[in-house]
Design a protein around this ligand. Sequence first.
Ligand code: FMN
Length: 177
Amino acid sequence: MMEYSVCHIGVDLMSLIDTILSRRSIRRYEQKEIPKDILSKILEAGRQAPSAANRQPWHFIVVDDLGVKNALSKGMFNRFIKDAPVTIVGCAHKDLIAGKWAVISTTIALQNMVIAAWALRVGSCWIGDFDEEKAKELLGIPEKWRIVALVSLGYPAEEPQPKNRKSVEEISSFNKF
Ligand SMILES: Cc1cc2nc3c(=O)[nH]c(=O)nc-3n(C[C@H](O)[C@H](O)[C@H](O)COP(=O)(O)O)c2cc1C
């Protein structure tokens, strides 16, 4: 993290590349609420994401109720949901775009939120560990929608080391595989 600029809601903002490179999955959180204007900014980053044919096939449930958080955090790898001030449940409409695009578009929107959150010093963690049927019932999600993923949000109470990454040479190539 080297250079900072100031965004118009008055919070120090990291450069985009610093934000992307310094993001870590955060699973321990300060017991501090996320201010409404910060949360709005994060949701706005999702709203502005690209989507196939601009169908915006998503709905985001902002979970901040302790009872709901407790109910969602019963998995092996999602216990920290109950300690996060907010968890976003990313839903995609099954009908809006045939096949994979609704899920891909919703995924992009969630990652926009993850990056925007970190630029605003809010940590996050993607969560694939959820029971979709139980969560749909708990959250009143209509049959036509599916849950793509959950993303917890909160001010970090840990500084995880970077996880190992494959080299650029290993994961990319020019002109053929
Ligand atoms: C689609 C997806 C699902 C994930 N599900 C979980 C999860 O259920 N529980 C968890 O603790 N971390 C989960 N993670 C976080 C990954 O473990 C983490 O991104 C990875 O280990 C790399 O670490 P980093 O995010 O700190 O760079 C998930 C990440 C992604 C992208």
